[in-house]
Structures are given as C-alpha cells and as structure tokens.
Design a protein around this ligand. Sequence first.
Ligand code: ATP
Ligand code: MG
Length: 236
Amino acid sequence: MLQIDNIDVYYGKIQALKGVSLTVNDGETVALIGSNGAGKSTTLRTISGLLRPKQGSILYDGKPLDKLASHDIVRMGIVHCPEGRRIFGSLSVNENLRLGAAAQTDANLTEKTRKDVYELFPRLQERANQQAGTLSGGEQQMLAIGRAMMSQPKLLLLDEPSLGLAPLLVESVFDIIQQIKERGVTILLVEQNAWQALEIADRGYVMETGKITLTDRASALLTNPQVEQAYLGGAV
Ligand SMILES: Nc1ncnc2c1ncn2[C@@H]1O[C@H](COP(=O)(O)OP(=O)(O)OP(=O)(O)O)[C@@H](O)[C@H]1O
Ligand SMILES: [Mg+2]
C-alpha cells in the first residue's frame, strides 16, 4: 500500500532522514520506534507531504506521493494525526470533528462517520458541546484521533498518541488503536512507548539517527535483545 524507497530528507542543511526505506501493507499495523530525534516524526511529515524528500520515492497504491499537495494526499485516504494533539481549543468537540471531515462532500456519510467516532469515544459524545481546550489531556488526544477518523482514513499516521498520558489512559489509547485496526484501517504508528506499540503491531521498524537499523515482525522485535536493551529498558 505504502512503499518508501531510500528517501533523504533535510531541514535546511541538516539531514534528518538518510536513505529510509519502509513499507506498509494493506490492513497492517506497523510500528516505527526509536529514541528522541531519530526521525520518526520527519518520516510521517514526509509521507503526508509537509516535507519533500530530496532523493528517493514514496508510492501509495503504486502512485507517487512526493509531488502531491498535502490536501490531495488526504483525499487519497492518508491522514496524519500529528504529535502534540493539534486541536482547536476555542471550538467545541463537535466543531473539531466537523473540521476533520472538511474534505468530505457526502453529508450522510459524514453523519454516519460522526456516529461511528462517538461510538468509539463515548467520552467525546458526552462532551460534544464542550470547548475542546477545556478537555483533559487524554480527552484531547482522543479528539485528535477522532478528528483524524472523520476523514475516513485508509492509512492512518499516528505520531505518539500516548505521549504525556497517565498509564491508565495510555492503555485506553492503545485499546482504541486496536479497535481502529479491527475496522480495517491500515496504521503506521510512531511511539516511544515501544513495548505497547509492538504489542499491537504486526511489524516494526527501529530508527536511529535518521536510518532504519532493524525491521522484523513485531513479535520478533519484542524478544530481540538489541531492541530490549535500547528501547524496552531491559526486562519485557
Ligand atoms: N523544523 C525543524 N528544523 C530543523 N531541524 C529539525 C526540525 N524538525 C526536526 N528537526 C531535526 O530532525 C531530526 C529528527 O527529528 P524528528 O522530529 O523527526 O525526531 P523524532 O524521532 O520524531 O523524535 P521525538 O521522539 O523526540 O519526537 C532531529 O535531529 C531534529 O532536531
Ligand atoms: Mg517525533
């Protein structure tokens, strides 16, 4: 479904990605793990068209993405849920969700998706008219994911959905990702919370300073001593 081949990405003169290759197959959940500054967010930003690779190619269903505008990439079904929950604090929960469906033209379908999102996040439904900025951190994260779901992604790019959440909420976010996966959405999941990400992923990639250093089935990475040492803090 998504095929990234040998991309180099720069911020000015600084090279953030060095020959990164990665594939995501239809229906898969793929985890991209690695320490701070490894290039995980840069990878997602490049897929969604916010950054351009200087070299290499990105194909989606066989079509090149790297010349398309971000909004066209969204229309193709690739939706990016960025780091740090970018919700609109002064708008209500409902209005935030409506903005997520801005590219949708079919009102009936949008209404159906909204019901679906509220089913996934009953807490958001209870707070439909609440100002989004007054939601708790965990609720804001749910809203960010819910808004991404409103554009009916085929491929969902999630950047650190569990960041800054208390352990119990981390659990519920991973629960929700699992449910989204069960609805047939393909997911590329960036996480520092490597252990939990690999628990729900089919495959994983380990990134270090702009390069992919390891890739395998998620179950194999979970027991790989190299991963255990570096990202899982020893004992699994
Ligand atoms: N806007 C920017 N301008 C210049 N350098 C940047 C910019 N954004 C990121 N970088 C650099 O690119 C590298 C990769 O950053 P990136 O945000 O992709 O890392 P990450 O793996 O997502 O890290 P984290 O886990 O901390 O979110 C880092 O060295 C970072 O300092
Ligand atoms: Mg990041």
